[in-house]
Design a binder for this molecule. Structure first.
Ligand code: SAH
Length: 236
């Protein structure tokens, strides 16, 4: 059985969207992964097919009802991890992507409006994840971001041409910069060491560049990298 993603959304027509192209799209065609998209509205029970209501306590916007969302989850739940996309969640990371890629698949719950009644998130033990510190208008793009990051890690999706072994975050570091022909362009030369054919020197340069970039751009990642178990004994 291939890795399987279920999406619960009020806008099913948004899928597969960008996941139907390039690496993820080819893997979908080759059945390395599969996708089903369920409209949350199909789980509504009243004659108006309503999915939301006004928030208790007042305030702007609408909240997705717990009974409707619970029925939508129940229609697809089979033991796969359930993720609720929300800016209130813990930040989604490359480690999460690896963890999901190693499992049977995921069920992704996409909110809209003000969000989802918290009781159904708790009752269904959904893992609340955010893709970053900004507010989107719905969880669909966030679900696509998560799926893109996971699907490329599935066995057979990336060839040697798109290797994941050295890339950013795989060792708590940002990746080193890349260069290709021509060796000189608009007066800018590729670093000499990359033309030297000296593999050990190239590796050392790439490691140093990865460390410098991470230190300069992402003090948070740098601090994590410098704390055990990575830190060399006696390093300053
Ligand atoms: N009132 C909410 C925001 C709702 S945005 C709050 O302030 O926390 C509407 C929906 O978009 C959310 O239910 C969620 O599913 C999705 N969403 C918005 N920003 C997101 C983010 N950074 N990561 C993941 N999902 C997000």
């Amino acid at each position: 059985m291939s890795w399987h993603a279920s999406i619960l959304t009020l806008f099913p027509e948004m899928f597969p969207g960008p996941l139907g192209s390039s690496l993820a799209g080819r893997a979908l065609e080759r059945a390395i992964w599969s996708l089903d998209v369920r409209n949350i509205r199909d789980s509504a029970t009243d004659r108006h097919r309503s999915v939301d209501d006004t928030p208790f306590g007042g305030g702007a916007g609408m909240v997705l009802r717990p009974d409707v969302v619970d029925a939508a989850i129940g229609a697809v739940a089979d033991g796969r991890p359930l993720v609720c996309l929300t800016p209130r969640g813990r930040r989604f990371t490359q480690a999460d992507a690896s963890r999901f890629a190693a499992g049977p698949g995921v069920i992704l719950l996409c909110g809209r409006y003000e969000g989802i009644d918290q009781r159904v998130i708790e009752a269904r033990c959904a893992e609340e994840l955010s893709i970053g510190d900004y507010v989107l208008s719905g969880g669909e793009l966030a679900a696509m971001v998560l799926l893109d990051a996971v699907v490329r890690l599935l066995p057979g999706v990336m060839g040697a041409a798109e290797s994941a072994t050295e890339e950013s975050f795989s060792a708590d570091l940002l990746e080193y910069p890349h260069y290709t022909r021509p060796a000189e362009w608009q007066g800018r030369r590729v670093p000499d060491v990359l033309l030297s054919g000296h593999h050990a020197a190239v590796s050392a340069w790439r490691q140093a560049e990865a460390e410098r970039t991470t230190r300069e751009r992402r003090p948070d990642l740098w601090a994590a990298y410098r704390s055990p178990p990575h830190a060399a004994p006696g390093a300053p």
